[in-house]
Design a protein. Sequence first.
Length: 235
Amino acid sequence: MLDAINAVDWGAIPGHPDWYEPARAASGLRALADAANLAEAAEASSLLGGGGIVHGHSAAVFPAAAVATPLLLDIAQQGHPVARDAALDLVDEALSSYPHGEYTRVTTSYGVAVPICCAIAHQLRARSVLLAGLGGRGRALLAGAAEHWRFEIRECVADSNDTAAFGALAGCFPSGVHAAELHVGSEITVLDAVALEYPPVGGSVEAWLRVTGWNPAELPPGAVLFPAECGERVH
C-alpha cells in the first residue's frame, strides 16, 4: 500500500494554490495506512482534511481526492479498524464537497474532463463488494455514488424529433427529465432534456435514454454522459 502511495507524484496534481498541499496528501495517506489507534488516525485525517485531498474549513475538494480514493479504500480494506473508519469519513467528505475555481475536473480512462465527484463515484462503484461488506457506512457511500451516474452511448436511432440512445448505465438515473453533459473526446456539450426510457434489469447495465431535440449523428458511439449538475458543482 505504501508503494502505491509513494508512486503518485502528488505535486504534479493541480489544485487550489492557497489550499492544496501535496505533501499533506502523501504524508497523510502514509500515516493513515500505518495508523493503529485513534490518535494516529486523527492526526492523519487532519493532514488529509486540512489541505491534502480536501480543505474541510472551506468544504472544498481537490483533484487529488480522485487519485486518493482507491488508496483510501485499500486502507479501509487492509488497515486497522480506526484507519478504516477515518478513510471512509474522508471519502464521504470528498464526495460531498465542492471543487473550487478551475480545479473541478480530472482526466480518467473514460473521459478527459470528468467532474471530481463523478470520478470518485466511479472508484466507489468499482469497489462495491468491499463497501457492501462494510455494513451501513459502506452501503451509504454506494448510495451516494449512485447519484453520480454515467452513461456510455453504444448506439443511437432517431425517434421522431428525439434520439433513443442505447448504452451502459452506471449508477442510478433519476426519474424525470434532466440536463446532462455530453463528452465527446475533449468537447463537452450540455443536453437540456434527457430521460431514462428503459432502466437496466436483472443485473444488466444496458439502458435506453431519450435525448430530446438531438439527432443520432450528434451522439456518436463512445460518447459519455454525466449529470450536468455535477459539472456545475463549484464554489
